[in-house]
Design a protein around this ligand. Structure first.
Ligand code: SF4
Length: 433
């Protein structure tokens, strides 16, 4: 999973570019980078690590440009490419699951990937650039891409004429913003709040737009049905203030919590989230149930977000250290523990073990989505179907294994109601649907 941001400004945009990109840091911690257009020159700057530690004030002072794109990602990007269209700097969020097939097809037709020793090393960015540059225009290149690829995407490309922004079938969010004469585009509107941009609208699935000094121009709108929005964005991945397809992430999570409380009430002393991702769901549960909201675990702010690491063992290890129990709030109490999802169950098992060891009378889990059953094919982190506890056990066995007093999951109907889209519009593949 990654985050991409772009800005077209009448003034120097470096600070806003880095700030806007940094508000996507929760989407990935591995690499960060920006690409800038300074006059006619296009340059990219990519690094391993967190954006705020890399792009220091001195570093920013050395950069120039009025237009730029930025990315946080699990590999080095943005990437620069030169083709018949001239120079371009590309950012990609998504996954091309048949990328090896497509790379080999290009190689068999005589294409080359200079600087690489095998097709596996070639980034999806380069593959996309090659596919696009074989077509008569950027938007025709995107059309070609959607005809040959499997997966989903959001793409930004900084070129001499502006920033192209394209979205695939809808699983990867992309939203447009405006601030006086400046324009921005981002994976999440979270980037806009403190940079002074207002949401204009989402880039629609299948659409390509061009942002430049003239404004936002829609260049093409492909019919990519079925359109599927990334349901997990609302449940876990996106940051709470973000608005995706007109639905605020925090509001959706609150709604799910309320629905869980109505459907699965429990006699308890306290409702607590597993912070941070369970927080808004828990607030909704507490409000609807009337049970006081407290946090029985405190999240240690200097630990990494566990879902962004690609290795489950690393995530489990990080998860173990990131939450510190608040002993005085646990002993002798019946606790409703609310979380976004259960993958392998090891994290929930650990938490329940801690709570019971510290004297919790009962622990009831309320989960904000149905049991996860399948790996995501679109770039989110569950790698294998077998990683999911719900593929191996039924509800009763999970309940016993996790040592819970009760366990209830939100249903697809609850997600439809909370998000406000029918299931036909929602990607439900990681729930095996
Ligand atoms: S399979 Fe799940 S995580 Fe992947 S895009 Fe669909 S809803 Fe999101």
């Amino acid at each position: 999973m990654g985050g991409i941001f772009g800005i077209v400004s009448s003034k120097r945009c470096v600070e806003d570019l880095v700030l806007g990109t940094s508000y996507l840091q929760h989407r990935n911690h591995d690499y960060c980078g920006v690409g800038l257009k300074n006059g006619g020159e296009l340059r990219d700057y990519t690094h391993a690590g967190l954006i705020k530690t890399i792009f220091t004030k001195n570093y920013l002072d050395s950069l120039e440009g009025n237009w730029g794109v930025g990315a946080v990602s699990n590999y080095r990007q943005p990437t620069s490419e030169f083709s018949k269209f001239g120079g371009a700097i590309l950012c990609f969020d998504g996954r091309i699951s048949n990328s090896d097939f497509l790379k080999n097809k290009l190689l068999n037709r005589g294409a080359s990937f200079s600087g690489y020793r095998s097709p596996e090393q070639v980034s999806d960015n380069l593959l996309i650039s090659k596919i696009i540059s074989n077509e008569p225009s950027f938007e025709k290149g995107i059309e070609k891409l959607t005809n040959v690829m499997e997966g989903d995407f959001a793409i930004l490309s900084l070129a001499q004429e502006g920033i192209y922004a394209s979205r695939g079938w809808g699983r990867k969010p992309l939203v447009l913003g405006k601030r006086e004469e400046d324009y921005a585009v981002s994976s999440e509107s979270n980037s806009f709040e403190n940079t002074g941009f207002e949401i204009v609208r989402d880039v629609e699935p299948g659409e390509t737009v061009l942002l430049n000094e003239k404004g936002i121009c829609s260049l093409a709108k492909l019919d990519l049905s079925p359109i599927k929005y990334g349901t997990f964005e609302w449940i876990y991945s996106a940051y709470p203030p973000s608005v995706i397809q007109g639905r605020c992430v925090a509001d959706v999570r609150f709604n799910i919590g309320e629905i869980l409380a109505k459907k699965y009430p429990v006699n308890a002393d306290v409702v607590s989230p597993l912070p941070n991702s369970g927080r808004w769901h828990a607030l909704g549960y507490a409000k609807e149930s009337g049970i006081p909201y407290e946090e029985v675990f405190v999240r240690y702010d200097y630990s990494d977000r566990s879902f962004t690491s690609s290795k489950q063992e690393v995530r489990d290890k990080e998860a173990k250290v990131k939450l510190i129990p608040l002993k005085s709030r646990i002993q002798g109490r019946k606790i409703v523990l609310v979380d976004d999802s259960i993958v392998r169950g090891t994290q929930m098992w650990n938490r329940v073990l801690r709570l019971k060891a510290l004297g919790a009378k009962e622990v009831h889990a309320r989960i904000a989505c149905p049991p996860l059953k399948a790996a995501c094919r679109y770039g989110y982190s569950i790698k294998e179907n077998e990683d999911c506890i719900a593929t191996r056990m039924d509800l009763n066995s999970i309940l016993k294994k996790l040592n819970l007093d009760s366990l209830r999951y939100a249903t697809v109907e609850a997600l439809e109601e909370a998000i406000g889209f029918s299931r036909e519009k929602l990607c439900l593949e990681c729930w095996g649907l």
